[in-house]
Design a protein around this ligand. Structure first.
Ligand code: AHR
Length: 344
């Protein structure tokens, strides 16, 4: 009997201990959860929110550019990035910017597909007091205060570099006075990269009246479209000496078409191929002897835009226009070593 009472007493104590234990655990749990919520709240409010409207994913250059932006605007770096791929359509970019305004982001970053058509939507961003940073291509707006800063390439200079390289190359080959028949696969019409590169070459052609530009057609910076354009050029013109491709991916498409037509390209081939960007695969094409020249266009804008935002955060004055330093690469150089030291 004594044993039974003792057993009953022990069970009661155990039940009480379990109840108080559970209560303590629940209280602890609540407190941990509250702590977590507070930390989360603090972290969320500390992030700088950036809405980035990207042109699309049309080229290797664009992929490298998107990666650079995503890396720079990571959560570890204190940002919340809202990335929007516009699939090369301006109406998608305008829609994305309006969404960013609605979401009250801290900054809008725009890589514009073409130069014109931005006044209204940038005015809306200005009225919402959201600073806009333009990256890569430029915008052509009536009021420069519609954006805070621009960072990108000097596309006109890239065109000059390509034309000057060609003049020098033909000179070295003893072809200075020869009639040179050319065709161009242009980029997206109305984009700064297309306008600058086309104009740079056109201006320099005035110094070379023996250079004949037979036709220019847009290849939209894509390999597939450029291949079609080159196939057409090869059917139309038997005497092509030079094809200017307004980016590397267009050059890859053009080279494919040249090979399919039973012709060759590059320093020892029938057709001189010139392109822009200097992405990793362009180095491979030069090393393989298919491509003559790639004029660099640097896509690593993420850290540059982040620097502008950091300066604005500390109320520092930022430069309105920032050009990136760029080079060019041809088959006379030590391309394997250069390629191995590049980031894209
Ligand atoms: O605006 C930069 C250009 O856009 C690059 O040359 C091209 O590859 C990209 O799509």
């Amino acid at each position: 009997m004594k044993g039974q009472v003792w057993g009953y007493f022990c069970s009661m104590v155990l039940v009480l201990l379990m109840i108080t234990g559970c209560l303590a655990t629940d209280r602890e749990k609540d407190s941990i959860q509250n702590d977590e919520e507070t930390v989360q709240e603090q972290t969320t409010t500390d992030f700088i929110t950036v809405g980035f409207s990207q042109v699309g994913a049309e080229s290797d250059w664009r992929t490298a550019n998107s990666e650079s932006m995503k890396e720079a605007f990571s959560e570890e770096n204190g940002y919340e990035l809202i990335f929007d791929d516009a699939q090369q359509k301006q109406e998608n970019q305008i829609r994305a910017i309006r969404n960013f305004i609605e979401q009250e982001v801290d900054y809008i970053v725009l890589a514009p597909v073409t130069e014109t058509g931005w006044d209204s939507v940038l005015q809306e961003a200005k009225e919402a007091e959201i600073p806009v940073i333009i990256v890569d291509r430029m915008v052509n707006v009536s009021d420069e205060s519609l954006y805070t800063a621009w960072v990108g390439s000097d596309f006109l200079k890239e065109g000059y570099v390509a034309a000057d390289w060609l003049a020098d190359y033909l000179d070295r080959k003893g072809r200075t006075d020869e009639t040179i028949y050319m065709v161009t696969i242009q980029g997206t019409m109305g984009s700064s990269a297309q306008i600058g590169r086309t104009n740079g070459i056109t201006e320099r052609m005035k110094d070379h009246p023996n250079w004949i530009m037979m036709e220019r057609i847009a290849g939209d910076y894509t390999e597939a479209k450029a291949r079609e354009v080159m196939e057409y050029f090869l059917e139309q013109y038997s005497e092509i000496d030079v094809v200017i491709c307004e980016n590397d991916n267009e050059a890859f498409g053009a080279i494919d078409a040249i090979k399919a037509a039973g012709k060759t390209s590059g320093p020892n081939g029938d057709i001189i191929v010139i392109s822009f960007d200097a992405v990793s695969a362009a180095f491979d094409a030069m090393i393989a002897g298919d491509l003559n020249l790639s004029v660099e266009c640097n896509p690593l804008h993420g850290p540059r835009v982040a620097e502008i935002i950091q300066k604005l955060e500390s109320n520092e004055v930022v430069e309105k226009t920032q050009y990136v330093m760029e080079d060019y690469f041809d088959t006379t150089m030590n391309l394997i070593d250069i390629k191995n030291n590049r980031l894209y």
